[in-house]
Write a protein that binds this ligand. Structure first.
Ligand code: 3PG
Length: 213
């Protein structure tokens, strides 16, 4: 896929079967990690705003790894959205949805994949024109059974289930027509990061490409 300067949420979801959820505590890990994931075929990288170093990591990846498309995860407020865009994030992912967050992301030009876990949350996101949503926390909130139930009333919504998704259960999610990709932290484990085991991360990324939608 040709990545345009201005992305859509659907493009973020369609690029690979998995969006890695990344937690970084050390800026020195950011660039080698991004390169390792890109080498394994994963370009859409969600760096969560959960650590003090997250924004610096986003900035480093945006500057040094042009083949990666770095986004910010755990975006919960207007100030998160602004800081993420300033750091060079190209998309935003949130654990929930508010109209204020939707507006903030639009204002700073970030496509948003908002987290939803109920029908009402889906309807709020749809009211604001969002039809590509993160289903979070996927396993805890109802897993594939809930996605199947939603496919009736929410036939026009596509999901990225995240939360408890693994290489083992990802195929069950990806087999559903209303699932475009999944999200998960398993690609980037804290110990692989600590050991600088970039080859392992590249291998895990490659393995996810076999999951094909
Ligand atoms: C998160 O935001 O932490 C994601 O949902 C990751 O969940 P996982 O660790 O279960 O993949």
């Amino acid at each position: 896929m040709n990545i345009e300067k201005k992305l859509t949420a659907l493009q973020v979801m369609q690029d690979a079967p998995v969006i890695p959820v990344i937690v970084l505590n050390d800026v020195a890990h950011a660039v080698p990690l991004a390169r390792a994931l890109v080498a394994g075929g994963i370009r859409m990288l969600e760096v969560t705003l959960r650590t003090e170093q997250a924004l610096a990591c986003i900035e480093a990846i945006a500057r040094a790894v042009p083949d990666a498309v770095v986004g910010a995860g755990t975006v919960r407020s207007r100030s998160d959205a602004q800081a993420a865009a300033m750091a060079g994030a190209r998309f935003a992912v949130s654990p929930g949805y508010t109209a204020a967050l939707g507006l903030a992301c639009r204002d700073v030009g970030l496509p948003l994949l908002p987290g939803v876990a109920t029908g009402s949350e889906i309807m709020l996101a749809q009211e604001d024109g969002l039809t590509e949503l993160k289903f979070f926390p996927a396993m805890q909130a109802g897993g594939t059974a809930l996605l199947k139930a939603w496919s009736g009333p929410f036939f026009d919504v596509r999901f990225c289930p995240t939360g408890g998704v693994t290489l083992q259960n990802a195929p069950e999610f990806l087999a559903l027509p209303n699932v475009v990709c999944v999200g998960g932290s398993w690609l980037v484990s804290p110990d692989a990061l600590a050991q600088g085991d970039w080859a392992r991360i590249t291998a895990l990324a490659r393995a996810t490409l076999a999951l094909k939608k």
